[in-house]
Design a protein around this ligand. Structure first.
Ligand code: SF4
Length: 375
């Protein structure tokens, strides 16, 4: 089983915090679509005919594509890959793109899951982050997608925004609960180098982002989602039973995936590769039928660390038996020795030969992981 990710590297405007690969100029859109088609064909053997369970259009802003353009890419996928009878097909969409007409057109495509970039239901937060949509579009876009018959919806929300009160964060969560969205992806605002946010903070135009505030909001998030019967199946993902992201779970379970488009990453169990993060260079290379890819063969240590990194962020945990079978006694002994301190601090626990991060340790997952990695 495997998944396909297509990166659509265009946005209407740059959000201040974003360090993803995208361009705000759409002038190369047609050439890029042709290049995506070429890459899909050139790399059709990468997944060795494994049945495709999930297709994910991410970005950038894939909802800038028309329904016909999405169908066109889907046709190339279905002609060249072995699709499972039931696939999860997700489209990342920005609220301002989801007009009634657009949603109507999208409902005629095989898309069956929407990931809507809400981030906040408050106008001032959206302005602070330079999001292109309004608070009213945030709310109405979800309703429009639901009215068109889609129930598998996830929304992104951002917490830890400077000066965001606990009440405001709760109000964001409660608006999501009221809208009956069955999956939430919630991330702390982070300041990445070379972003406008980084520059504004450095030049004192914006207040700093605080870890304490993010921690406070994270606790509210865990508490409120649990009260509304959401399961925290990954550090940042909260879903109702039956609505977990199959695509993301397959990443975390170490399944193979093919990433198409500029900056997209791929993984096949023993190597990781990534495409050039530059639209004109990507297009030029594909026009010559050449793949602009860098590949890294993963060592046993890389694979072990990756298994910890993905497993410990999820409710599935890390199996000590899998570690012993896949990586050997040296790795197993290292893991058990390193995890002891975190068990004593009640940040981690072992049940039925599986290591889990406890509720108390969850916000510290990255620190715990750094301790458990094999150098
Ligand atoms: S819409 Fe998404 S990809 Fe585009 S700039 Fe904003 S956060 Fe980044």
């Amino acid at each position: 089983m495997a998944g396909i990710y297509l990166h659509i590297p265009f946005c209407k405007q740059a959000c201040f915090y974003c360090d993803f690969h995208f361009s705000v100029s759409l002038k190369n859109k047609e050439a890029l679509l042709k290049s995506l088609e070429t890459e899909l064909i050139l790399r059709k053997d990468y997944l060795q005919n494994s049945p495709i369970e999930t297709i994910y259009f991410g970005g950038g802003t894939p909802s800038l594509l028309t329904a016909d353009e999405i169908l066109r890419l889907f046709e190339v996928v279905s002609k060249n890959y072995h699709l499972n009878t039931e696939i999860e097909f997700t489209l990342e969409a920005n609220p301002d793109d989801l007009t009634a007409q657009k949603v109507k057109e999208l409902s005629k495509t095989p898309i069956n899951r929407f990931s809507i970039g809400i981030q906040s239901f408050f106008e001032d937060d959206l302005k602070f982050m330079n999001r292109v949509h309004t608070a009213s579009e945030a709310d109405s876009s979800v309703k429009r997608v639901q009215d068109a018959g889609f129930d598998n919806i996830t929304i992104d929300l951002i917490y830890g925004i400077p000066k965001m009160s606990a009440e405001k964060w709760k109000a964001n969560l409660h608006q999501s609960f009221d809208l009956k969205v069955p999956n939430l992806s919630c991330y702390a605002l982070t300041v990445e180098e070379k972003t406008a946010l980084h520059h504004f903070i450095k030049t004192n135009k914006y207040p700093t982002v605080s870890d304490e505030l993010a921690y406070k909001h994270f606790q509210i998030l865990v508490d409120q989602t649990a009260q509304h019967n959401f399961i925290q199946y990954e550090l940042s993902n909260f879903g109702k039973e039956g609505y977990f992201s199959k695509h993301n779970i397959s990443y975390w379970m170490g399944k193979s995936y093919l990433g198409i488009g500029p900056s997209a990453h791929s993984y096949n169990g023993y190597s990781r590769s990534w495409n050039i993060a530059n639209n004109p260079k990507y297009i030029k290379s594909l026009t010559l039928n050449e793949l602009p890819i860098t590949t890294e063969i993963l060592t046993k240590t890389n694979l072990f660390n990756e298994y910890l990194m993905t497993g410990l962020r999820t409710i599935f945990g890390v199996s000590v038996l899998v570690v012993e079978n896949r990586f050997g006694l040296e790795f197993k002994n290292h893991l058990l020795k390193q995890v002891e301190k975190h068990q004593q601090l009640q940040h981690a626990e072992i049940k039925d030969h599986t290591i889990y991060i406890t509720l108390k340790g969850r916000f510290l997952t990255d620190t715990i992981l750094a301790d458990l990695f094999f150098e």
